[in-house]
Design a binder for this molecule. Structure first.
Ligand SMILES: Cc1ncc(C[n+]2csc(CCOP(=O)(O)OP(=O)(O)O)c2C)c(N)n1
Ligand SMILES: [Mg+2]
Length: 293
């Protein structure tokens, strides 16, 4: 039985999102998943970068660090290393997480810290009024690509699998029930968990709409015999885009140690609880002086 209630997560700021924005269901589903798992706001910290999607933590009552553009994941990593007792949830947009923050994305996949990464993927730069993003489909017309973008879109699912992520999922703002289930699974996963959310931008992306996604998505849970622990099968599903788009847990590897599990000093508990070892620091300074001064 859960004691935590949704009202505990109720924020006080008024949202600047457009009516119908696909970010609203994401906000609701994150709260619902945390309540389902009986995780209280003081046990959670969220990070974000810059963009419409990155405003999400502003609209919840939760610990949060709104970083600069593209830096949601490294900040989340720092927080995890300082206090791995926290449930750490990093949110990014597609531009934020896969474009300017793309390098951090790749290396977080390799490192496997227990961080949930929710990528609000609307396939466009929403906040800056509709330029193409790293996930915009080839040929997508915007103010900065009047003849259609000539860049091939990033496939975040395939990229995450190939760079070592241990939990890779996709869900949709059009299916909040599904999204809550996926977020709850991601929070329970021991390791880095990517959730790419198909999140319509109702103002600037007139192509990838709720209807466009609805026509194409299908649930992996309904696919008989699909095993997300089978990397080859996951890789094949990761290639699907266009007419058929799979949603659900696409890949999961169980048992790989997290980054923080392997850092010796963290075995004694979270750094923030270990106190400040002044004596040792003094010794270190003396040793450095001996060596260099
Ligand atoms: C270093 C830097 N470069 C560029 C910008 C301008 N900028 C702000 S948000 C943004 C793109 C946001 O797109 P996305 O991450 O997809 O988020 P969305 O608004 O679509 O949710 C850009 C380019 C910035 N704030 N900082
Ligand atoms: Mg975007």
């Amino acid at each position: 039985m859960s004691n935590v209630t949704i009202t505990e997560y109720q924020g006080i700021e008024t949202s600047t999102w457009c009516p119908g924005c696909g970010d609203f269901p994401i906000l609701k589903c994150i709260k619902d998943a945390l309540v389902q798992l009986n995780i209280a706001p003081h046990q959670v910290i969220m990070t974000s970068g810059i963009g419409c999607g990155s405003k999400l933590p502003h609209y919840m009552r939760v610990n949060a660090y709104n970083s600069v553009h593209g830096r949601s994941l490294p900040v989340a990593m720092g927080i995890k290393l300082a206090n791995h007792d926290f449930t750490v949830i990093a949110v990014t947009g597609d531009g934020d997480g896969y474009g300017i923050g793309g390098n951090h994305f790749i290396h977080t996949c390799r490192r496997n810290p227990q961080i949930v990464h929710i990528a609000e993927n609307n396939q466009v730069y929403g906040l800056t009024k509709g330029q193409y993003s790293p996930t915009s489909d080839y040929g997508y017309v915007t103010t900065t690509s009047p003849e259609g973008t000539i860049e091939v879109a990033i496939n975040p699912i395939a990229l995450a699998i190939t760079t070592g992520a241990t939990f890779v999922a996709r869900t949709s703002s059009g299916d909040p029930k599904h999204m809550t289930q996926v977020i709850a699974k991601a929070i329970q996963h021991k390791g880095y968990a990517l959730i790419d959310v198909l999140q319509p931008c109702v103002t600037f992306n007139k192509k990838n709409t709720y209807a466009w996604y609805k026509e194409r998505v299908y649930k992996l849970d309904d696919e008989k015999g699909y095993d997300p622990h089978d990397r080859k099968a996951a890789w094949a599903r990761a290639q699907e885009w266009g007419d058929r788009i799979p949603i659900g847990v696409i890949y999961q590897e169980v048992g790989r140690p997290t980054y923080e599990d392997q850092v010796t000093v963290l075995k004694q508990g979270p750094l923030v609880k270990q106190g400040f070892n002044i004596g040792r620091i003094k010794d270190d300074i003396e040793l450095l002086k001996e060596e260099f001064v």
